[in-house]
Design a protein around this ligand. Structure first.
Ligand code: INI
Length: 156
């Protein structure tokens, strides 16, 4: 049997400079995601001094802000946190799609590990479930995905 080379990321956030982009829209949900992301990163070795929280109006504005942060060269990773709730808006699809598409572009164009923690749910209850209750905390998941990806990219 031959040897299979495997690359995987260690979940060590020590020394990692991270910007957390968080929208104010639905902030009582988003604040839970931010808390989860900060907790996950610091429990894995990040120092609070290396974290920057950037508050923005809504998910639609997120890609532009993420782009500037990525281009600044100051950060090793971004964690993008928001909540787009269908019940709350007729333009749900536009906001959610533009946000996801724009963030994917930023991540690709800048080789930037980016945790996508923007909830897109049909209603408020589903958002609450994903913000620190029944279905966990997607802020934690987004932070851990960014961390793992950053550590994988560093080895490639
Ligand atoms: N922004 C969100 O982050 N979540 C939403 O659910 C939402 N809704 O419901 O409309 C939302 N809209 C605001 C949008 O992101 C922009 O801030 C706004 O259109 C001004 O550009």
């Amino acid at each position: 049997m031959g040897h299979i080379k495997t690359v995987e990321g260690q979940l060590d956030a020590k020394g990692l400079k991270v910007a957390i982009v968080a929208s104010r829209f639905n902030d009582f949900i988003v604040d839970k995601l931010v808390g989860g992301a900060v907790d996950a990163l610091t429990r894995h070795g990040a120092s609070r001094e290396d974290l920057t929280i950037v508050r923005i109006p809504g998910a639609f504005e997120m890609p532009l802000v993420a782009q500037k942060l990525a281009a600044s060269g100051k950060y090793d990773g971004l964690v993008c946190l928001g909540a787009v709730i269908r019940g709350a808006t007729p333009h749900f699809d536009f906001v959610a799609n533009e946000c996801a598409k724009g963030l994917a572009m930023v991540s690709m164009e800048h080789n930037m590990p980016l945790g996508f923690g923007v909830l897109t749910t049909d209603n408020l209850e589903q958002a609450i479930e994903r913000a620190g209750s029944k279905a966990g905390n997607k802020g934690v998941d987004a932070a851990m995905a960014m961390l793992e990806t950053a550590r994988v990219l560093a080895q490639l």
